[in-house]
Design a protein around this ligand. Structure first.
Ligand code: ADP
Ligand code: MG
Length: 678
């Protein structure tokens, strides 16, 4: 039991919460059984046993009768034990899943209990089902055994547990006490008390996670001194007054102000910048870097791919040139001679902005005084990489991480709860909605016709293939077949087609990319390497092949590559006719919504938090009882109370917060938040 469920102490056991409950007030008769029944409870007697030997192994079958008929109970293992323990012609309560085979119902590995003991048990009405593992039930540790042990434990401990929330919270939120909640999560008498117990324990779990995150942020701010950027000087102001190519949106202004205030305070900034595709995060990044430079500090902008780094560099360089800021690009494919120059100029401080990829993290890259590090498309970088940037200085630079696509609020709160969060929730004015449609492969001819029309109007087209894993040969064949098909449909010299994929050399990729950027090619056939950040305003059609194989945020991100110019843009999702429910929902969501925040919410529901954030951050998301998708209201409430508590009492030294302080201290000793209880 220990290893499989990570249970070492009785606290662990008490905090092993059921993952569901079944109503055991209902008893079926065997004559009432239907093949649609999933789990049923019956009362009856075993009349006989027989052992059936087959090639695949032995199975023990018992005939179980009540007044109306019979079923078969089946065991594939533990035969000796069952023979010894179970008596014939004695009343038993059995519970389990039933299967119908050849007109006979059978129940494999039933939960079985003497009717007489069943009547005396604690849990009669609503029965908890505990998370168990294959191994455990193989060794005979059934749900019933866990229930029994739990019962013993509660009797021994008298069912009393130390309260872990403050009176203020309990009263305000009308939460039941800890002891009551624990008793009723394991032995609920009715649905109402069960709901109250679940609410209380979910709240508690989320409250302590939030408390921990917010405290981390507070401690960080008090301990880690940041560089103080006191002035907003010439670089920023000249750019703002004379060279800003458009009016900033209100959201951009607000976010810039938040960043400026952070960097002007004594603490090191640790901020997450959220914004939909095309909301204009880059200009915010650039202007933040100008503030750093105004204060005689260097800045860096780090991107997840070479293409994106290159694009950022190309986009930012003209602005930097206008106001005399020195900027360079460093990636894995930078030439050795260039690198040497860049290394030197970074160390001397001559270079003010360095744009690049992971190559920036190498030990050889040293700064004179790095003041601000911006990480674009955060989800591709791990926390470890963030901290590597830190170590480039005596004092850590201010850090701004920008997301590629929005993350749902609840997820951001849980995963990035220790960062401050800024949101650009407004797109620049005058953006045309991208028209999105879903087409089946059988409509391909029409789609080709549409592409011709658009090209005739002077537009450019993206066609993206799912090469999720760039080394998959099958995917690669799809891409090549697709490319050849396109070249046949759009022959030279009237049409020019580019292709970019991950197996190409960086220089070749870049060459093809540039042909498309310059408008020399009409169609860009590509894999998801173009997913992030590529900006070609004249491209107005995004065709996504096998769209059912992409996740929602990826589809949204891909769609964001068009709609960047003044023309009406289109996104065409191509799929086969065979679509699962989940894929259908994704296509429908894409067709009806262009709001990245809304799409992210659907994505979270479909995929679940762990999958959405990748394994790196999933640790935070392994909750015992709460679910950040279903319990987002409780999460907001918990965060509210955690904030409120720490606002008035950041050290948790007020006697009225003692239960919280004590619990928090215990929590620190354990990795798992639930180990601290009682
Ligand atoms: P993202 O947030 O996806 O990184 P970008 O920063 O690439 O978006 O901006 C998308 C496009 O919108 C760019 O071409 C940029 O120049 C333009 N843009 C940004 N802010 C504004 C604005 N306030 N008004 C008009 N266009 C803007
Ligand atoms: Mg971007």
């Amino acid at each position: 039991m220990r290893k499989e469920l990570g249970i070492n102490t009785y606290q662990d056991l008490i905090n092993l919460f059921p993952n569901r409950y079944i109503d055991r007030t209902r008893f079926y008769r065997t004559s009432e059984l239907q093949s649609s029944n999933s789990e049923v409870q019956l009362i009856g007697k075993i009349t006989s046993f027989k052992e059936i030997v087959q090639k695949r192994g032995k199975r023990l079958v018992a005939t179980f009768k009540d007044d109306t008929g019979f079923i078969e109970l089946v065991w594939f293992r533990g035969h000796n034990w069952i023979h010894e323990q179970l008596k014939t012609h004695t009343d038993y309560v059995v519970f389990g899943k039933v299967n119908l085979f050849n007109g006979v119902f059978s129940m494999p590995h039933p939960d079985i209990e003497l009717k007489s003991t069943f009547d005396k048990g604690l849990s009669k009405a609503i029965q908890p089902i505990y998370p168990s593992t294959e191994k455990l039930s193989n060794r005979g540790v059934s749900n019933r055994v866990i229930c029994k042990v739990m019962e013993q434990l509660f009797l021994q401990l008298n069912g009393r547990f130390e309260e872990s929330l403050s009176l203020e919270i309990l009263q305000h939120q009308k939460l039941i006490s800890k002891s009551e909640a624990l008793l009723n999560i394991h032995f609920p008498n009715n649905q109402k008390i069960l709901s109250l117990s679940q609410f209380r324990l979910k709240f508690e779990e989320l409250f302590y996670i939030q408390l921990q995150l917010i405290l981390k942020n507070i401690i960080h701010k008090s301990k880690i001194k940041g560089y103080r950027f006191e002035t907003v000087g010439d670089y920023f102001n000249t750019f703002y007054k004379n060279h800003l190519p458009f009016e900033l949106t209100n959201a951009q202004k607000r976010v810039l102000k938040e960043i400026r205030i952070d960097m002007g305070s004594n603490a090191q900034m640790n901020r997450l910048l959220q914004g939909d595709v095309g909301s204009g995060k880059t200009i915010v990044a650039l202007m933040s870097m100008f503030i750093a430079i105004d204060n005689n500090f260097q800045s860096t902008l780090m991107a997840p791919t070479e293409i994106l780094a290159f694009q950022h560099y190309n986009g930012l360089k003209p602005f930097c040139d206008l106001i005399g800021v020195k900027i360079s690009l460093l990636t894995g494919s930078s030439k050795i001679a260039d690198r040497r120059v860049i290394h030197e100029q970074l160390e001397s401080g001559e270079l003010q902005i360095i744009v690049g990829t992971h190559a920036l993290l190498e030990d050889k890259v040293k700064f004179k005084n790095l003041g601000l590090a911006i990480i674009d498309e955060q989800h591709r970088f791990g926390v470890a990489q963030r901290s590597k940037l830190w170590k480039k200085n005596n004092s850590p630079p201010h850090i701004l991480v920008m997301t590629a696509t929005p993350i749902p609020r609840t997820l951001a709160m849980s995963v990035y709860g220790d960062l401050d969060i800024s949101v650009i929730d407004e797109l620049p004015a005058g953006r045309k909605q991208i028209k999105t449609v879903h087409r089946y492969d059988t409509n391909r001819l029409k789609v080709i016709g549409f592409i011709r029309q658009e090209i005739a109007k002077g537009r450019q087209i993206y066609i993206v293939y799912p090469l999720i894993n760039e080394s998959e040969t099958l995917d690669f064949k799809d891409l090549m077949d697709g490319y050849e098909g396109i070249v046949r449909d759009f022959p030279m010299p009237n049409y020019q087609v580019s292709m970019v994929h991950g197996q190409m050399k960086p220089a070749d990729k870049e060459f093809e990319m540039q042909r498309f950027v310059k408008g020399e090619t009409h169609i860009m056939v590509a894999t998801t390497v173009i997913e992030v950040g590529v900006n070609v305003p004249n491209a107005s059609v995004m065709i996504i092949e096998s769209a059912e194989r992409f996740g929602l945020s990826q589809l949204h991100q891909l769609r964001g590559r068009v709609g960047r110019g003044s023309e009406q843009s289109y996104c065409i999702l191509m799929t086969s006719h065979k679509l699962g429910e989940n894929s259908k929902t994704r296509m429908e969501t894409m067709v009806h919504s262009s709001d990245g925040f809304e799409i992210a919410e659907v994505d979270l529901k479909l995929r679940g938090p762990g999958d959405m954030m990748g394994t790196q951050q999933s640790g935070v998301l392994e909750l015992k009882i709460a679910n950040i998708v279903k319990d987002k209201d409780i999460l907001s409430l918990a965060r509210h109370w955690a904030k409120k508590t720490l606002d008035v009492d950041p050290k948790l030294s007020d006697p009225k917060h003692r239960p919280i302080a004590q619990t928090y201290v215990k929590m620190g000793k354990y990795k798992n938040i639930w180990n601290y209880i009682s």
